[in-house]
Design a protein around this ligand. Structure first.
Ligand code: ADP
Length: 317
């Protein structure tokens, strides 16, 4: 089988507890929480019982240790995480507006998070991985692309697979090069995990049906559309569609819901579970994670998610 690898930014996150515009008067803040979309995704993979490994970098500081400790606790192989002696661990500040939308301040490019490359440890992981997951956010950071490309070539050569979550962030660069990288990866992906407008954006076509058709024509086999409180839908290249309702929760912090959904869904699929059951765990992982402040504080073990599913009401569709 070979582990699932994720490559990208590892951050600490500081969260404003009061909603408002921008970051003026944002106190009190809470954190640091382990974060970075790729790190959240891989943490959920490990926590639910999948073989998982992370490639990225942190600084030689406490913020880096916060991340490494969490990933190790949740069973993630951290041998591919470099410790940068010169740059600090990357960070993200998040504040919610009254309407539920978010503002981020990222410190990625001038931090350890963007400064990693090919090392013997990375090569060892690339030589045995069975699956690569890429978050679109990682495509705008300088160190990641060469590593992603080389790991993907090796994984694909062994018959392994690629999943891609567009994870578009308005605060991160969307220059021509990043866009080209993203569109190239769409053509390599086996599983796509978009939310909202990312589906049509990835396809470059307007309308859900036309977008799905265009993406299947490019070779994608499975598309899982995340719909927040409305749950999720899986579209298969053979024409099947499977819808899953979300769970009713008191969502206090939606950051990381999509990453936990993806980590749980992908791991269940790689462990051989059918789409219906993988969607259930994905929706449970996303919803559970939204109930706690901090981007990966609610990532669930198999037992925690089973208990959550057994005791939480599903939203009527
Ligand atoms: P993303 O963060 O990538 O935009 P979503 O917000 O759609 O992804 O969240 C992923 C999944 O997590 C959803 O499909 C849903 O099952 C679950 N989820 C997210 N937010 C909520 C919420 N407020 N209530 C219940 N479930 C949620």
């Amino acid at each position: 089988l070979g582990p699932t690898l994720c490559i990208g930014e590892i951050l600490v996150e500081i969260v404003a507890t009061m909603p408002g515009e921008g970051f003026r008067n944002a106190l009190p803040l809470i954190g640091p929480f382990p974060s970075g979309a790729p790190a959240i995704f891989i943490d959920q993979c490990g926590r639910i019982g999948g073989q998982a490994a992370m490639i990225g970098a942190v600084g030689r500081d406490d913020f880096g240790q916060v991340n490494i400790d969490r990933l190790v606790r949740d069973g993630v192989d951290v041998s591919g995480i470099a410790i940068d002696p010169d740059y600090p661990t990357g960070s993200a500040f998040v504040r919610y507006r009254e309407d539920g939308s978010r503002d981020f301040v990222f410190n990625i490019e001038r931090s350890a998070a963007a400064r990693f490359g090919w090392t013997p440890a990375v090569a060892a992981l690339a030589a045995r991985a069975g699956h690569l997951h890429v978050m679109g956010s990682a495509l705008s950071i300088s160190g990641a692309w060469e590593v992603i490309r080389q790991v993907l070539a090796q994984v694909k050569a062994r018959g392994g697979t690629l999943s891609l979550d567009p994870n578009l962030r308005k605060e991160l660069t969307q220059d021509v090069e990043t866009r080209e990288r993203f569109l190239w990866l769409v053509g390599q992906a086996d599983l796509l995990l978009p939310s909202g407008e990312e589906l049509e954006d990835a396809a470059g076509v307007a309308g859900e049906e036309a977008a799905l058709a265009a993406l299947f024509a490019r070779g994608i086999k499975e598309i899982v559309l995340k719909r927040g409180e409305a749950g999720a839908s899986c579209f298969l290249s053979d024409g099947r569609r499977i819808d899953a309702p979300s769970f009713v929760v008191d969502a206090v912090d939606p950051t990381g819901a999509g990453d936990c959904f993806g980590g749980a869904y992908l791991t269940c699929r790689r462990l051989g579970q059918p789409v219906e059951s993988a969607l259930d765990y994905g929706c449970a992982a996303g919803a559970r994670n939204a109930t706690l402040r901090g981007p990966m504080e609610g990532a669930g073990t198999r037992e925690e998610l089973d208990a959550f599913i057994a005791t939480t009401q599903r939203r009527a569709s």
